[in-house]
Design a protein around this ligand. Structure first.
Ligand code: ATP
Ligand code: MG
Length: 269
């Protein structure tokens, strides 16, 4: 634990979040075998996420964002370094932590209700189970669609089912890998504000991968900006703007310019 505490102190959150450290990534590098050689994907990544924080991982395509999320989630092992959650090293996936992906992971043969209930099927107290399912169906705005099947839902509604299913198991960390990437831009905006509302109500730790600068500013308390592959942390930007965020404000524009600078791209064309 000592070594991780030393790392934490270097990554104190400037926003003054005094919640305990939840996820600690310490010196993580990852290389994949490629045609007899190696492909370096992540290099010396150090990151601390506090309990209840909403953190976006932002970087260009192929910089290793999904790989890092998979390492934190226990689906991949780092080549070097370690990840701990609540001080325990992550070595495998853990049911207390859930992933929400872009691809629709809900089951087409199951109703909204049954999809959300999936992670609770072990519960013996069926009344308590029903209460939880209803609570999250309502929270994501799908009340009235409990008996509907995925083929009758829009893309945004399907993503809401995924979010409800993830929340229903009462996870302590939620990993989201471009969950709204396949949605049209209006639905994406709406899903972001709904996600913030849910995060504020549920106080979960969320690690959210995106390559969309606006998405990261709309959502995150902290934005971890990566370089191109091999991904290293370029900087961690604190977004100290109250929700709902005013996308037209001068401060929003300043954060956006700063992020584009860090990413090394011009956003005037
Ligand atoms: N299992 C794997 N085996 C070999 N190479 C992999 C594997 N997973 C990822 N890579 C490589 O690692 C690099 C980073 O991939 P990753 O999916 O983490 O990027 P990303 O930042 O999530 O990109 P995007 O924004 O496009 O999703 C890519 O070059 C990819 O080809
Ligand atoms: Mg990815």
């Amino acid at each position: 634990m000592g070594i991780h505490q030393a790392v934490n102190s270097r990554h104190d959150d400037p926003a003054g979040h005094d919640a305990p450290d939840k996820v600690v990534v310490c010196g993580v590098s990852k290389a994949f075998a490629k045609g007899g050689g190696e492909l370096a994907v992540l290099e010396a990544v150090d990151l601390t996420v506090q309990d209840g924080q909403f953190v976006c991982l932002l970087g260009p395509s192929g910089c290793g964002k999904s790989t890092l999320l998979n390492i934190i989630g226990g689906f991949e092992r780092p080549t070097r370094g370690s990840v701990t959650i609540d001080g325990e090293e992550v070595a495998r996936p853990d049911p207390r932590r859930v992933f929400v992906f872009q691809e629709y992971g809900i089951f087409p043969w199951a109703s909204v209700w049954d999809n959300v209930a999936l992670g609770l099927r072990h519960m013996k107290d069926k009344a308590a189970q029903s209460e939880i399912v209803q609570r999250y169906v309502d929270l994501v705005g799908l009340g009235g669609f409990e008996r509907t099947y995925p083929m009758e839902l829009s893309g945004g509604m399907k993503q809401r089912v995924e979010v409800a299913r993830a929340l229903a198991v009462s996870p302590d960390v939620i990993y989201m890998d471009e969950p709204f990437g396949a949605l049209d831009s209006l639905t994406r905006l709406q899903m972001r504000s709904e996600l913030i509302r849910i995060w504020q109500a549920e106080k979960k730790t969320i690690l959210f991968v995106t390559h969309d600068v606006d998405e990261s500013i709309q959502l995150a308390e902290r934005i971890v900006v990566f370089t191109a592959r091999p991904g290293r942390i370029r900087d961690v930007v604190t977004v100290d703007l109250p929700h709902p965020r005013d996308l037209g404000s001068a401060e929003y524009g300043r954060v956006k310019n700063h992020l584009y600078e860090l990413l090394g791209v011009s956003h005037t064309i």
